[in-house]
Design a protein around this ligand. Structure first.
Ligand code: 13P
Ligand code: SF4
Length: 328
């Protein structure tokens, strides 16, 4: 099999017959040690991948870990922009992603060419971009943010400075309301967080009247309006841990419930329902779920697919990421 050519066409390496008999979990652990590799996983990954990871976190925590790791190889169990951010922070390290097709609707909604034209319409504005963007978009941004530090980043900008916020209009309008700042918003959204149904959420709440509704700020305004608490994935986890309530309806990608339930085994956690019925009647990110245990294994074994970022873009994209890390 011509692994290298095939992987960039397909996006991942399928298992060959002899590998199908392998105990994947113990082989991944062995390969990790042998290669001095680290697995960084987002909370939206499959539970089995989260349990294998050296670190599980939100986008900010993962960027921090990527910046400080001493491993030779970073296997990023997340989506493309996250692995790319790790590569920007570690240009000399090998960063691998189990499936190159693991994208993001937010990153896809904003390309560098269109953002450059948008900037021309608002020449006095400073550009704050959510980390859910490509390296090229980061390269033309002034400062990055994640959902856990967006408010702090915006507050750090002088009061008379108008801002372009891209690409998430829901997070952007939430931050605009919180801070009262002069912000123009890019028209992008997360397909998962836009899929929550208010009608079904209310019906679910009627069945769980003691529950608190907690939501990620990528959700639409009408969902945020009924939420008792709004926060990033790690903030939502901390909230269920520290809040005395024993029942929560969770409006973010359902993968986060794995970590939450481990932290609060005796509390009732229910995934907020999506508009369209799908198999689990909850919201799952199809991009995040492209990474499977099999792909994690083959990715680590062959050290492919690898993330590459052109040097000039890497150097420019590092500036807004570093500014964010310095501020948070
Ligand atoms: P956080 O984990 O930073 O809250 O981000 C959520 C998300 O949608 C990542 O794609
Ligand atoms: Fe992108 Fe939304 Fe999936 Fe996160 S959950 S990776 S924002 S599509």
């Amino acid at each position: 099999m011509d692994v290298v050519n095939d992987v960039y066409k397909r996006g991942y390496i399928p298992l060959i017959d002899s590998e199908k008999k392998v105990d994947l979990v113990s082989e991944i652990k062995r390969l990790k040690k042998e290669k001095n590799a680290v697995i960084l996983a987002h909370y939206y990954q499959e539970p089995i991948i989260q349990d294998l990871a050296d670190y599980v976190g939100d986008s900010l925590g993962l960027s921090r870990k990527a910046a400080e790791t001493e491993a030779d190889i970073i296997l990023f169990a997340g989506v493309h922009f996250m692995a790319e951010t790790a590569k920007i922070l570690n240009p000399t390290k090998k960063v691998i992603l189990p499936d190159l097709n693991a994208g993001c609707s937010l990153a896809d909604s904003c390309n560098a060419e269109d953002l450059a034209k948008f900037k021309e319409r608002y020449p006095n504005h400073l550009v704050v971009t959510y980390v859910n963007t490509s390296a090229e978009v980061k390269a033309i941004s002034d400062i990055c943010c994640t959902s856990s530090n967006a408010e702090k980043i915006v507050q750090s900008i002088p009061l008379d400075q108008p801002i372009i916020f891209a690409p998430d209009k829901n997070l952007g309008s939430y931050i605009k309301n919180q801070t009262g700042r002069d912000m123009v918003l890019w028209d992008g959204a997360c397909i998962v967080h836009e899929a929550f149904s208010l009608e079904k959420l209310i019906a679910l709440y009627q069945k769980h009247p003691k529950a608190q509704i907690i939501a990620h700020p990528e959700s639409e305004a009408h969902i945020l309006k009924v939420a008792n608490y709004i926060g990033s994935t790690s903030e939502l986890i901390d909230y269920v841990k520290t809040n005395p309530n024993s029942e929560f309806i969770v409006a973010t990608e359902a993968g986060v419930i794995h970590e939450m339930q481990k932290a609060v085994p005796n509390k009732i956690l229910v995934a907020a329902p999506a508009k369209e019925d799908n198999t689990c009647a909850c919201s799952e990110c199809a991009y995040m779920k492209m990474n499977t245990l099999e792909k994690v294994y083959s990715c680590l074994k062959y050290e492919l697919p690898e993330i590459h970022v052109e040097q000039e873009i890497q150097e420019r994209a590092l500036i807004p990421i570093q500014r964010m890390l310095d501020l948070s």
